[in-house]
Ligand binder design. Structure first.
Ligand code: SF4
Length: 343
């Protein structure tokens, strides 16, 4: 459909200015086009009515503006919304909008499927399909902000896929999100969550932005982490923690550990002791999340009172810890439940 044309949403502003120079157009026009795409949310050149017809025709000969097809929009009893999008090649991804306090947080996907196939997560159950392009990452946001008129306050890269396995596209998407001439989203409102891909953690500093980094820890020894998260076999715990330490020391940014509580698996007193040691060593905050059921997986969430005990024991050991509500369970939109399936 867009044969031999480039998707403008894959370019940063600087890159698009160069593109325009190549077709003998002044670079300031790139800012005008970005205004229409990111401030107004248009995906059709004909709507850019302050640009000359000639320029719009020229643009449409070489470029298009990527958009996702919304297949399904579900609403949870707790207000959480889930969006199922179809990519141009038929692959499916999901994006989730979570309401908490005055915040509206968008949980963005970075891959169709996931290579790491953590044993408690639905995202990798059907294997890995492919990385999302910069445009496909950004289009989840533009679709929900502009087409569905939601004012999103926070953005987390915690949807389908491992963000640092698609580092270049995720980093470029964040730059465009943060750019004043594009989405103008403050870096501190963006969080990237990794299962522990060390090269990504090392490169994350290169971004030079105050984006938050969160580590999906979920186990505090290699034996259990190997069993739950295949990423640990490539980047074992001690190396991951060393990379986190280096990140903190060189970049001066605090980290958060996400810890999904799996009943009888990672919720013992020994786990509490080890988790406290790790969190204190890295001066990191811990978010405790109750496991959300995935069909076909034999894990269970702890009782609410057991989660509270886990939290209290961490607090007693001097750890900064919060229990995070896992929202949208009834529409399979909670942490670890995103599968990108149409039925
Ligand atoms: S938890 Fe993250 S890394 Fe693990 S399978 Fe799910 S999406 Fe992939």
């Amino acid at each position: 459909m867009h044969l031999n044309k480039n998707d403008i949403k894959n370019f940063t502003l600087e890159e698009f200015k160069k593109e325009l120079e190549n077709i003998s157009e002044p670079s300031y026009r790139a800012e005008q086009v970005f205004f229409w795409i990111y401030k107004k949310g248009v995906s059709d050149f004909s709507a850019m009515n302050n640009l000359s017809k000639l320029f719009r025709e020229k643009l449409s000969q070489s470029y298009y503006i990527g958009a996702l097809k919304l297949l399904k929009h579900l609403k949870s009893i707790d207000q959480t919304e889930k969006f199922l999008f179809e990519l141009s090649d038929g692959n499916l991804i999901e994006t989730v909008l979570i309401y908490a306090w005055k915040r509206k947080t968008l949980c963005v996907s970075t891959q169709a499927g996931c290579k790491y196939a953590c044993s408690f997560c639905a995202s990798g159950m059907n294997g890995f399909k492919r990385d999302l392009s910069v445009s496909e990452i950004l289009s989840q946001i533009t679709a929900i902000e502009h087409n569905l008129k939601h004012k999103i306050t926070n953005f987390v890269f915690m949807g389908m896929g491992e963000p640092f396995d698609n580092y270049d596209n995720v980093a470029k998407a964040i730059k465009i999100m943060n750019s004043k001439k594009a989405m103008a989203i403050a870096a501190r409102r963006i969080t990237v969550s990794t299962s522990g891909v060390i090269p990504g953690i090392e490169r994350f500093k290169e971004l030079g932005l105050q984006v938050n980094l969160s580590i999906s820890l979920h186990a505090v020894n290699n034996e259990l982490r190997d069993a739950l998260m295949s990423v640990n076999k490539i980047y074992p715990l001690e190396k991951l923690l060393k990379a986190c330490e280096d990140y903190m020391e060189n970049f001066g940014r605090m980290l958060t550990f996400e810890y999904i509580l799996l009943k009888g698996v990672n919720d013992s007193l020994r786990d509490i002791d080890e988790l406290a040691k790790i969190a204190k060593r890295l001066r990191a905050k811990v978010n405790l999340i109750a496991y959300s059921p995935v069909s076909g997986l034999d894990f269970h969430a702890p009782m609410e009172e057991d989660m509270k005990i886990f939290e209290d024991e961490l607090l007693r050991r001097g750890v900064s810890v919060t229990i995070r509500d896992s929202k949208g369970k009834d529409i399979l939109a909670a942490c670890g439940q995103l599968a990108g399936e149409s039925s």
